[in-house]
Write a protein that binds this ligand. Sequence first.
Ligand SMILES: Cc1cc2nc3c(=O)[nH]c(=O)nc-3n(C[C@H](O)[C@H](O)[C@H](O)COP(=O)(O)OP(=O)(O)OC[C@H]3O[C@@H](n4cnc5c(N)ncnc54)[C@H](O)[C@@H]3O)c2cc1C
Length: 334
Amino acid sequence: MTEKFTHPVLVVLDQIPQPDGSFLLTDASVHLLGVARRLTSAEIWAVSLNPSPNMSRLGEAGVSKVLIPNLAGRSPRVSAVVADAVVACANSLTQLSAILCISNFRGREIASMVGAKFRSGAAVEVTEVDVVDGVLTASKSVLGGEWSSSFNIPSGLPIVALRPGAGTAVPVTAVETPGVIPVEVSFSAAADDVRVLSSEVIAESGPSLAEASTVVCAGYGTDGDLDEVKELAELLNGAVGATRPVCDEGWMDRSAQVGQTGLTISPDFYLGVGVSGAIHHTCGMQSSKNIAVVVDDPDVPMVEMADFAVIGDFREILPQAIEALKANPDFQRE
Ligand SMILES: Cc1cc2nc3c(=O)[nH]c(=O)nc-3n(C[C@H](O)[C@H](O)[C@H](O)COP(=O)(O)OP(=O)(O)OC[C@H]3O[C@@H](n4cnc5c(N)ncnc54)[C@H](O)[C@@H]3O)c2cc1C
């Protein structure tokens, strides 16, 4: 893509609270800033819902200005609160080309609410964005993943929620000292309709499934025998996902389900183990950059979709993969 916007792009950041009280910019947000870099020749600005972001990290990620909305004690976990904050941030700027956020549960709601407030177009679950004839053009898969669809947002301020890790990013130029802009927010009644009573971290080792760059996904063919699936994921510094029958059986928690009625993921590397590739599953992982599968049936759709398929019993294949990884530390991802 050569065409770019000439005004800044505003990115809504996702940051994860750390045990020491600091906030970690997610990999998906870093990637999104690289996508924003590709979309505009102007500066990249960011909304931080956390009042004390790691400014040097944001500078490294190419952010020139950080807008910090005053949530007045409200929770950034409430989408209506965040939507009001993003609208206030956008209104405080004179010229803006687009707003980008991550297409997770909150991001999808924010995009819809902000789009409605600006009476402009919002797109969610987007897998690629471009600028064509001065207009934002987006792509996504639709109808359970059977079709891919491209569309544009011809008027108003476009708001786009991209799947975590999706979209082509380009290298950013680090900004030595990003500016900080505090923003006062006028909250709508909807912002107070939901209150967060409590929240706690669900114990999870390794990267989160939605944002992991490697996902090893357990299918029904594992018959609930998940030790090697988990060990392989750990060796690859990846997360473990599952198909619906695996969750139905209670072999994995429902939060691990990938697909139409579960999470949508776009890792750099997806490995299915005992997964047949039903459309309800593949619509949630088909934008993975590299797809491999270990399955005993060469005729299943996942073999057709995969870049690399190993046909055989996973009980024979996974131990060999694990042994090879352990014997070759260079293969292990940092
Ligand atoms: C409305 C609706 C929504 C749905 N939403 C989702 C969703 O969000 N996510 C989802 O995943 N599914 C969803 N489903 C279910 C979906 O249609 C499929 O049934 C499901 O994805 C199949 O999961 P699977 O590939 O693990 O199992 P299977 O289709 O049973 O495939 C298991 C595969 O493992 C192979 N196998 C068996 N033993 C071994 C072995 N020892 N070694 C290697 N391979 C082996 C088998 O040959 C087979 O190919 C939905 C269905 C409906 C109707």
